[in-house]
Design a protein around this ligand. Sequence first.
Ligand SMILES: [Fe+2]
Length: 390
Amino acid sequence: MWAFSSPMISYGDNALEYILQIRGNKAFVVADKNIVKLGLLKLVTDQLDAAGKKWEVFDDVEPEPSLITIKKGGAAVAKFQPDWVIGVGGGSVMDAAKAIILLLARPDLEPDALSPAETFNFRDKARLMAIPTTSGTGSEATWAIVLTDTVLGRKLGLGTPECMPDVAILDPVMVMGMPPMITADTGMDVLCHAIEGYTSAWGTTITDGPGLIATRRVFQYLVKAYKDGSDLEARREMMYAATLGGMSFGNSMAGLGHSLGHALGALFHVPHGRAVGLFLPYTMEYLVNGSEETTKKYAEMARFCLGASGNDKACAKALIAAVRKLAKTLAQPLSVKDCGIDKAKYDKAIPDLVDRALNETMTITVTRIPESEDLSKMYAYVYEGKPIDF
Ligand SMILES: [Fe+2]
């Protein structure tokens, strides 16, 4: 049995006005200092004021939120006892909001125990809303939570299907201010979610739609949004693409670009979207070299998104070339060397990178599952920017 889950989505110009319709009296708003500084939080609290709701803000969320921060948020939410928890921000903030609402229901738990092994029933107390201010993670449409254990220096993939947001609000006014580099980094993450979700071994007819449309939108609009941040249409379409990307991989699974990229990000502090986007074309080559099933799906994508023609292999290669061309236009690194990472340090880290990649679920939800030798070879090739020929 499979299940497709998604929030109720309010989208388009003035989508924030959905807040005027919500029931309940109190909202606990999770954000970060930057969202406050940019005036984005006020756009949300103005709606809460207009709706006559009481609200409290917790704006201590840092990038890659720590267990300590979540615990602090858990204590604050327990005191306030809201009817809604609203995450306003990028992936880190939305993930923090998901963790905090789980703690509202289960204050007895430590944040690192917020997993599917527990039951929460938080909707007896409050509902969850996500309002993204970047177009990337798709966290508004997934139940994943990534937290950082700062004591042990590791990232924790947590969450439970219960913490899919009830409502996601996609209002383009919230993403208009993203600087070009963040637009590019987060946009590459969207592309990765869409392509990997579409070709995941866990993908189905139901998850194919969002992945396909999100990919087409990224090719149509990401460069426009990057070059002219005030292009409302491009911003809006990239925002929709990000949510569709989340629906795609969140209901199937991401793939090898994420496995290899996560490991690089953890050891060399490369931003998530940039790291996974860097590995995407290489891992696509690896799949084309050994999986007819995925080659066929890449070809479908290339025909639909790029108007490619020819046999499956030629179309799949056209898709990979388009990913590389897009990354180049966005001034993204095309090799690990381009990230400015020292070769000796990188070579020494390859066994650790491979080990980490092997421990990612995404490594086994692709149609060609690599052994450690292949991963090790792939890491070496990507340093130099050498296409994968095995
Ligand atoms: Fe991602």
